[in-house]
Design a protein around this ligand. Structure first.
Ligand SMILES: C[S@@+](CC[C@H](N)C(=O)[O-])C[C@H]1O[C@@H](n2cnc3c(N)ncnc32)[C@H](O)[C@@H]1O
Length: 507
């Protein structure tokens, strides 16, 4: 068995990771907030995910976006096999999985052009030849007006960690066993230098902090993170320039908060930032101001900025849903990278109360008496709620509830069997929602028995968990939250089938 392919772990499954920023509705809403024209997720679009891992993101997005056609690419045969099996079982005829390396893919003649190309956790982990191939692919296959989502490790947040990663990589190569065994040996070897008081650890206390938090993570995930020959944080200015060379313009971050300087950059650095006009230089300076380690960049080929009227109209046309874990009301505390930021109760309380009633058009929100007087704060507040996982843009257009529920059933069954799935498809969002093991068990029960509620639902779900060997701790608080918030939100969003009206209004 080959351990590495082009310097990347070859035949070892990457644990399932789901990223909200990959969904077309999210990307379109962030671009709209930035005043950029975006592809319309409710209309037909094509989407390519490069380095898709086991395919969860593409599976959830394909199920929830009937207007989209998806291609998911990875060179790991086990990843592609997993994705293909689930896509087939869920009847996702708008998703193709393809086993291919980036160089092979980029050098093919012809091929479809895409409205979206997305890569998460790939660009700064692959060889220079693969990075160049990705750029060629983007140059040839991203449509005019198309969006590139590119997440990568950056300087200076990871500059000091380069030496630790090199040590781990070299020690792992000399070690024996599977990737996790090799990683353990390498981490132990590095820790001995830390314990001995090596100057590197004294000069860079952040490295020890990162290693300690890594120890608490899934080691299969960490092996993919660290056992890479070409692991390299990148300078954002250089990435921005290399994408400009293939016709793509940097327009902002897919992390909404990063687009609001006052919330993303320490206040004392803002005057210096204001002196910079050049986008690449500005982004590098922002990275320095925030000690950035992971960027989620958005690029557009031939972007078109919306006029002031178009921008206003595009915001008004937006529709937003509250997410199950959103607080009901009150001031909110956002833990941003510049420290805690208070979201004022006068703005956030009425906004959260409105979203708790069900999905709302921006125009409806704007016409509420408590919000009408603070219109300029509404869009930033929604962006902050989205960033915190409390709100999500809705899909406008046809939804595929049955198809999502078919996939959700498979995911809920898999979760019970210990496959590590923790997300379900939400058709009304065109996006995934996170779910705990108890919630996955409830989903499994509800997808079979849509009318079950209350203690019967709870006991059936708990029995199912126990039967599959799950340790069920006191679930009372969790259950209350599920019944009061998560289940009504699931019903509204189509995650499971059933009547979303409160029981007293149902006949
Ligand atoms: C860290 S994982 C990220 C997976 C997924 N994008 C996510 O964020 O959950 C990187 C993925 O890129 C794939 N990959 C690495 N080098 C590749 C190459 N040269 N060609 C195709 N796929 C590659 C790996 O197999 C792996 O699935």
């Amino acid at each position: 068995m080959m351990l590495w392919n082009d310097g990347y772990l070859a035949d070892f499954p990457y644990p399932h990771q789901v990223h909200p920023e990959l969904s077309p509705t999210w990307l379109a809403a962030v671009l709209t907030a930035l005043g950029q024209r975006a592809p319309e997720p409710g209309a037909g679009f094509s989407y390519c995910e490069l380095g898709c891992g086991q395919g969860l993101n593409s599976l959830l997005l394909a199920a929830a976006n009937p207007a989209g056609r998806f291609l998911a690419v990875d060179f790991n045969a086990r990843h592609i096999d997993h994705g293909q099996r689930l896509a087939l079982a869920a009847g996702l005829d708008n998703l193709v999985f393809r086993q291919a390396g980036f160089v092979e893919l980029a050098d093919e003649e012809g091929g479809e052009a895409f409205d979206f190309i997305a890569l998460h956790g790939v660009f700064s982990w692959v060889s220079p030849a693969s990075r160049a191939a990705i750029l060629r692919f983007v140059e040839r296959r991203l449509k005019p007006g198309g969006v590139l989502y590119l997440a990568y490790m950056s300087h200076p947040g990871l500059s000091a960690f380069v030496s630790a990663q090199r040590f781990i990589w070299q020690a792992a190569q000399r070690a024996e066993g599977d990737p996790v065994q090799r990683l353990r040996i390498a981490l132990d070897a590095l820790q001995r230098w830390q314990v001995a008081g090596a100057g590197y650890f004294i000069e860079h206390p952040d490295v020890a902090r990162r290693l300690a938090s890594g120890r608490g993570q899934d080691l299969a995930f960490l092996a993919h993170e660290l056992l890479c020959e070409h692991w390299a944080p990148l300078h954002s200015a250089e990435v921005i320039e290399s994408l400009a060379a293939v016709g793509c313009t940097f327009v902002g971050s897919a992390t909404p908060l990063e687009n609001i300087d006052e919330l993303a950059v320490p206040g004392h650095c803002l005057p210096l930032l204001a002196e910079l006009d050049d986008v690449a230089q500005r982004e590098s300076a922002r990275d320095m101001a925030c000690n950035q380690s992971l960027r989620r960049d958005l690029y557009v080929r031939t972007p078109r900025a919306l006029s002031a009227d178009e921008h206003r109209q595009a915001l008004l046309d937006g529709c937003w849903a509250g997410m199950p874990d959103a607080p009901d009301q009150g001031a909110l505390r956002f833990d941003t990278r510049i420290g805690p930021v208070e979201g004022e109760a006068t703005l956030f309380s009425p906004l959260l109360q409105a979203l708790a009633e069900g999905p709302q058009r921006f125009t409806e929100l704007a016409s509420r008496p408590a919000l009408a007087s603070q219109l300029s704060g509404l869009n930033p507040a929604l962006q902050m709620l989205a960033w915190a996982g409390h709100a999500h843009p809705m899909l406008t257009g046809a939804v595929a509830a049955e198809r999502c529920q078919g996939l959700n059933r498979l995911l809920a069954e898999g979760a019970l069997l210990g496959e590590g799935y923790g997300h379900l498809a939400a058709p009304s969002l065109g996006a995934p929602v996170a779910a705990s093991p108890l919630e996955m068990a409830c989903a499994r029960v509800l997808l079979e028995h849509p009318q079950l509620r209350g203690s019967l639902l709870r006991e059936t779900a708990l029995a199912l968990l126990r039967r599959h060997g799950w340790q069920v701790e006191d679930a009372a608080g969790h259950w209350q939250r599920f019944e009061a918030r998560t289940l009504p939100a699931w019903l509204q969003l189509g995650v499971v089938a059933g009547d979303a009206r409160p029981p007293e209004n149902q006949r």
